[in-house]
Design a protein around this ligand. Sequence first.
Ligand SMILES: [Zn+2]
Length: 223
Amino acid sequence: MVRLCRYVTARMEVVIVKIISRDSWGAKPNKTKFSKLGEVKGLVVHWSAYPVAIGNQAEMDQCKQIQRLHQEDRGWNDVAYNFLVGDTGQIYEGRGFGNRSAAQGGNSRQEINYNNKHYIAVCWLGGSNPTDKPSAEALASIKGLAEIVGGELKAHSDFKQTDCPGDATRQWIIEKNATPNSTISNESPPDVYVPLKYEKKLDIIIAKLENIENKLKLGRLIK
Ligand SMILES: [Zn+2]
């Protein structure tokens, strides 16, 4: 299934993100119930530190590889991130919007608890070389998530001494933070769930929808 999240920002911009559900990428179930997020302060960007995944299949394989590492080698409940993003621009559901991540890190137990409780984690599927950088499509998807989450946009290295998420992404975050944030209105429509086989048709519908919304926005501004 594709989860289609459509949000209208306070500036009447439409943000639409497609999220590939856990079932669709072949995630194992979480071992125990997730802890819920507290008040969300923003989005934190990570990299996987694996070679850049090229293509949808490689992206799904890497999601599974990361989940195996976290569940089996590290003994965690599930893949640590709320979302994972590949260079195709596809977003894969990890723990999702409502649940606490295990990815943020910090300098003390207290900091780690706080960071995971209040920040949503997204992981780019690459980063085995220090010079690796996400594609424009991957960054656009991370930006879409950031607009939906609202609040601060941070790098993992803002919380602790780490190379994650890499120099290129760190620079991108600095530039994004230099331009004013658009806030999300409270009137976002509910998410829509669409079977994966309709994904291509969905892309066409989204493009038409964005076009209509932009015309409507223009109409409202003129009025
Ligand atoms: Zn990280």
